[in-house]
Design a protein. Structure first.
Length: 190
């Protein structure tokens, strides 16, 4: 996830982040340099505690306060309508119940708050989708639960978020089974 190809996907996805932000799947904090000046505070949730020394250094270098919580996104311990914005980058593929997590995001977003996302998922091309379905069981094992076959736009809509903008594209230079992208924004209508 730290390759230059993947790094180029982060800035366009996060450019509209602002205010009090919730990030799903913080990982090792690779998004931190890409958050714009409009971010006032970042709350991150992740069930893993990866590379704690490196993460601590990245958090210390952040331009805004960062609060971490080691937990899964399916049950968020935050009040309703708390966050201005939420972000998910390369995360929805691994959350066991992504729809439940997105419903929680909707609950904790302020009315009109936005979910900004960049995720890989199921291709619209039948031949690529066929290979994604074949590879999915293997990918789940080697990719820490990563699914290649999730329709990210459908998961977001099923959770009650309204997709306001969606870009579908393929990252050049990567296998199409792993580089079918969904990038956009969804709104919490209450």
């Amino acid at each position: 996830m730290s390759s230059k190809v993947i790094a180029r996907q982060r800035q366009p996805a996060l450019k509209d982040a602002h205010g009090d932000v919730l990030e799903l799947g913080f990982g090792t904090g690779l998004n931190l340099p890409y958050f714009p000046a409009g971010v006032k505070r970042l709350t991150v949730v992740d069930p893993e505690d990866l590379m704690p020394k490196r993460v601590a250094q990245r958090i210390a270098a952040a331009r805004f306060p960062v609060q971490r919580a080691k937990l899964s996104a399916e049950h968020l311990p935050f009040d309703d309508n708390k966050f201005d914005c939420a972000v998910s980058t390369f995360t929805l593929c691994t959350i066991p119940d992504a729809t439940a997590a997105l419903r929680e995001v909707r609950r904790v977003l302020k009315p009109g708050g936005s979910l900004l996302f960049v995720e890989h998922g199921l291709s619209e091309e039948p031949s690529v989708a066929k290979w994604q379905r074949r590879l999915d069981p293997i990918q789940k094992v080697i990719g820490h639960g990563c699914h290649l076959t999730r329709r990210i736009d459908q998961l977001i809509s099923d959770a009650g978020l309204e997709i306001a903008q969606l870009d579908r594209y393929v990252i050049a230079g990567m296998p199409r089974t792993h580089s079918t992208m969904y990038r956009g924004a969804a709104l919490a209508r209450k």
